[in-house]
Design a protein around this ligand. Structure first.
Ligand code: ATP
Ligand code: MG
Length: 221
């Protein structure tokens, strides 16, 4: 029997929210993944002024997945020195499980910038991409990532037939949830219940709230 792939889902997770949770769970289900590893970035290159510590973002992921079979909070990028590059994370996972296919999960907004990722071509040597629609972002490969045009898989079966190098869209229900919207709501004194897992919300300290509301908001989402 073919080895079930592992899903890799990275993000700032500032904070982790129910959009992230649904994406991970639905991807696991549709792609029949054995597990999804949720990996908070240590030093998001595009947000040098992040106020929320990596340890805190990891703690939130841990709380969110504590009761979810197959979802694993993975601290490898936080433990690693230097900037977080997905290619390094995938190379580590490949070394750990050489025969297990890897599927990188990402939202359409992240996919649109895939060609700007460090050594993105090599990422396709190590993993497939599974892309989820996001309100406000077209689900299309960036034209700059020329090779993606001929790497489209038209079914889960096609994706699973080879170990790496293809991309597939996952038609999941759109969720109007983003960490920046959550930070905005908190900043203006509104409730975020239903957007963020209760296990995170119920453990938020005044310092956590402060860090989240202080976070600079450049993000489109
Ligand atoms: P921010 O608003 O601060 O950018 P975010 O909600 O986009 O936060 P990130 O941690 O930046 O969350 O995103 C991590 C990954 O999750 C990205 O691939 C992003 O596209 C995806 N993602 C986040 N929210 C959703 C959502 N509601 N639907 C689909 N994908 C999502
Ligand atoms: Mg984002």
């Amino acid at each position: 029997m073919a080895i079930a792939p592992i899903g890799i889902f990275g993000g700032a997770f500032a904070p982790f929210h129910n959009g992230h949770l649904r994406l991970a769970l639905e991807a696991m289900d549709r792609l029949q993944l054995s597990q999804v590893r949720l990996i908070p970035t240590a030093h998001p290159a595009h947000r040098p002024d992040s106020r929320v510590s990596p340890q805190k973002r990891l703690e939130w992921v841990r709380r969110a997945v504590a009761k979810e079979k197959g979802l694993i909070a993975d601290d490898r990028e936080i433990k690693r020195e230097g900037p977080s590059y997905t290619i390094d994370t995938l190379a580590e996972l490949k070394k750990w499980r050489p025969r297990t296919p890897l599927v990188l999960l990402l939202g359409a907004d992240a996919f649109a910038h895939f060609h700007t990722w460090h050594r993105w071509r090599e990422i396709l040597d190590l993993a497939h991409l599974a892309v989820v629609s996001r309100p406000g972002s077209a689900l299309l490969p960036p034209v700059e990532a020329d090779i993606l045009a001929e790497r489209h898989a038209d079914s889960v079966e096609a994706l699973r037939a080879v170990p790496a190098g293809l991309w597939l869209e996952l038609p999941l229900p759109l969720l109007e949830i983003s960490s920046s919207r959550i930070r905005r709501l908190l900043r203006t004194g509104h409730s975020v219940r239903g957007l963020v897992p209760d296990a995170i919300l119920d453990a938020l300290t005044p310092q956590d709230l402060q860090a989240l509301t202080d976070q600079d908001d450049q993000s489109k989402h």
